[in-house]
Design a protein around this ligand. Structure first.
Ligand SMILES: [Zn+2]
Length: 228
């Protein structure tokens, strides 16, 4: 069996790519997962879009606040270990919008798809506290539509965020993918940018399609990371 702890020990720079599988360990359901609470209803891809937000702000707000906000959730052992390792020598690129990587104390963090707990007005641009947004989607300053600072379907990744992610991937000699099924682009495409000498390791419950030479550690991320 591949020794992840030893690999981290000898690596110069470790970059973690992380996704929904880490948040579910903190009790946050994956809104993209099939067969869940929302089967038979509108798909998340249809709701989480700029046109839907603009045409149905109340419905967008209701869906997002009911299905995506879990302010009581706390970082788990995977968040904590990623923070501890990356703070010394590396960084974390997260697909998760729940802010748990930041709350775990991760210093070198790229929030690839944004953060639900930053909210701004689509009209005047002013920031509002998420606790305001949980109760009302109207901007307290101008009455415009508030939205979370997350990347909606059809929206581009912010250029600075993309540059930061590319830099983090290119600087690493060890890439650890955890809790991401690598199906959402352009996030999944980051693996194509790794250095030729970089070791790629994926920790996931289900087997993933990985580049040649990559190591697949199939199993429970919490158990594996607790031992690091
Ligand atoms: Zn406003």
């Amino acid at each position: 069996m591949f020794d992840l702890k030893a690999a981290i020990g000898v690596a110069q720079t470790v970059t973690f790519l992380t996704g929904a599988g880490v948040s579910t360990l903190s009790g946050i359901p994956d809104y993209r997962s099939k067969g869940g609470l929302y089967s038979g209803m509108k798909r998340p891809e249809d709701i989480l879009s700029v046109p839907y937000l603009q045409e149905h702000p109340a419905e967008f707000h209701q869906w997002v606040t009911r299905n995506m906000y879990f302010p009581e959730a706390k970082p788990n052992v995977v968040h904590e270990k990623m923070a501890a390792i990356s703070n010394v020598k590396g960084s974390v690129i997260t697909q998760n919008v729940d802010g748990l990587d930041a709350r775990a104390g991760t210093k070198h963090l790229t929030e690839f798809h944004g953060n639900l707990y930053r909210v701004y007005c689509t009209n005047c641009g002013k920031a509002s506290d998420y606790t305001v947004y949980l109760h009302d989607w109207h901007c307290p300053y101008c009455g415009g539509i508030l939205r979370p600072d997350i990347v909606l379907y059809g929206e581009q990744i912010n250029q600075d965020v993309l540059a930061s992610a590319v830099n983090a991937v290119r600087s690493a000699d060890l890439i650890i993918v955890v809790g991401s099924s690598l199906v959402v682009y352009p996030f999944a495409g980051l693996l194509d940018l790794t250095r030729s000498d970089a070791q790629i390791v994926a920790v996931n419950k289900e087997r993933l399609e990985l580049p040649q030479g990559a190591v697949m550690l199939q199993g429970d991320a919490a158990t594996l990371f607790a031992a690091l």
